[in-house]
Design a binder for this molecule. Sequence first.
Ligand code: DP6
Length: 343
Amino acid sequence: MNKQAVVAHILRDCFKVPKYRQGTAFAPANIALCKYWGKRDLELNLPTTSSLSISLGSFGAKTTLYLQEGASHDVVFVNGKEVKAESTFVQNLVAFLDLFRPSPFSFFQIETEVNIPIGAGLASSACGFAAVVGALNQLYGWQLSMSNLSILARLGSGSAARSFWHGFVEWNCGVEKNGMDSFGVSLCEKWPNLRIGLLIFNAAQKPISSRIAMQNTVLTSPFYKLWPEKQACDLNRLREAIQSQNFIVLGETAESNALAMHALMLTANPAFFYSEPQTIAAQHKIWHHRRLGLPLFFTQDAGPNLKLLFLEQDSEAIEEIFPELEIIAPFSTHEMHPEGASS
Ligand code: DP6
């Protein structure tokens, strides 16, 4: 099954031309506590295992889409600046929008405001694709369910399936070939004093995309066969930790899951390592302070930056250790559905 067939299935009873002049939606960035690393279907971005994330509240992407009659190509603005048509970012977006044009000669203007660094392993593609899907839903007046929005966004980038909600989101890997059972579900649990700290060492585009790194790991790491078992165990521990608000179990499990993902990449051929010297120094600092009794954990995605996990009461102590830390209160927004993305 290909992407076009999934889109045709989901939009079979929907408007084929825009109902409004423009559509706008916001989608939060999300950080996986239990990672998505490996696909059972490359075309549809169907994961080998389920994953679980936390959204970053008001940090994410807000996108407005217009259909530009008479235009010869799509035009993309990010934070007010036009992005070159040759960039991978625009090429990926244009290929995704090809799935939703009223005719092959219809082109969009896309205006996105992003308040997280793009391509720095901070899941900007996740919130980017989710915001585009939310904006298409508004523009065309589709009124799709959250699960269908999540499936459509997954076709752009897997982790985008988790960017339609605030708080904790689980993305079920599903078993169906067409992926109609593989979408995000909000866990609805709140944890108001949970904090996420962004420790950004390098916000430049990463040298190897997570898409390539992930597939290379699946194909070449002799340890990849152990990953599903580790995931199942970590997912259970995380669900329980969230339900009982057991921060230590949450932190330990998320950190261990991220380290296991990076360990897999080290065992791939060729091996790759997203950490930079500053990443490793910060990890040692975290372990040092944890040994002294500070409940502080980290997770790391496909980049050198770290996301720290801690509780509000330790914010001051942690800011003293990492003065450059950007602290996010993921539950400061009261809604579980970001404005514009819900139907
Ligand atoms: C390390 O969602 O970027 O952030 O589906 O190929 O677009 P594609 O991959 P992507 O991978 C995210 C990988 C990760 C872990 C995670 O977010 O679960």
